[in-house]
Design a protein around this ligand. Sequence first.
Ligand code: HPA
Length: 274
Amino acid sequence: MSDYLNKLKQTADFLREKTKRTPFIALVLGSGLGNIANNMSNTLEISYEEIPNFPRTTVKGHDGKLIFGELGGKDILAMKGRFHFYEGWDMADVVFPIRVFKLLGINNLFLTNAAGGINTQFRPGDLMLIKDHIGFNADNPLRGENIDELGPRFPDMSHVYDRDLVEIAADCAIRLGLDIRRGIYSYTKGPSFETPSEIRALRALGADAVGMSTVPEAIIARHMDMTVLGISCITNMAAGVLDTALNHEEVIETGKKAEKRFTALVTEIIKSWD
Ligand code: HPA
């Protein structure tokens, strides 16, 4: 067995032993969206430092802990602080937690992120259900020897984001009286924001939003046949859409402003996720 697979199993064993829980959904919280965890009940928090083999977060606005608890009447695991390629992690580290979640017995992955709006109809603060992604400019997290125990060498990516769940999530937004967008999320490695020309190119390819996460995690989850849903919070218009410079503070600020709507929607979706 590979050393990497051994580590995954060791980490999953640690978490199983410590929590004695098998959450129904793993919820990955994006930049500025971490406070949703405050709405969870019956929580058990484990900081990344305590978890064997886990990487550590380095980004401001990302805390670095797993929170086991209940939200929307379901047992979930919230991941506060994800790992990004731009921090210097190998893709194997970026996706390590997602693989651990699967080994813990979790089959549902709810990915959230902050993203720049490429679609000019979008506005900062909008919430977008991810219909599909453009990620071929990312290093593929499955590169290297395949771990047959986790999934096939050439996994299908025809329906990364579960189509039924996208409809269920859209109905949830309607029930809450929230406007909701649907669109294509495109990945960039970061950490520099994109140039206006890069954004025009991504728009021409069909992208509605752009961000520096989510795609590696979604690919890894589909490799292991997990059910995936993704929501982007549009925190800023992408480079060149407006004549203003982009900055990380704005991303965090807008995320915070959208927090109430975001929390309500995520909770409602979890309630409706069967
Ligand atoms: N580009 C890339 N990633 C992002 C952006 C952006 O404009 N906003 C939030 N994350």
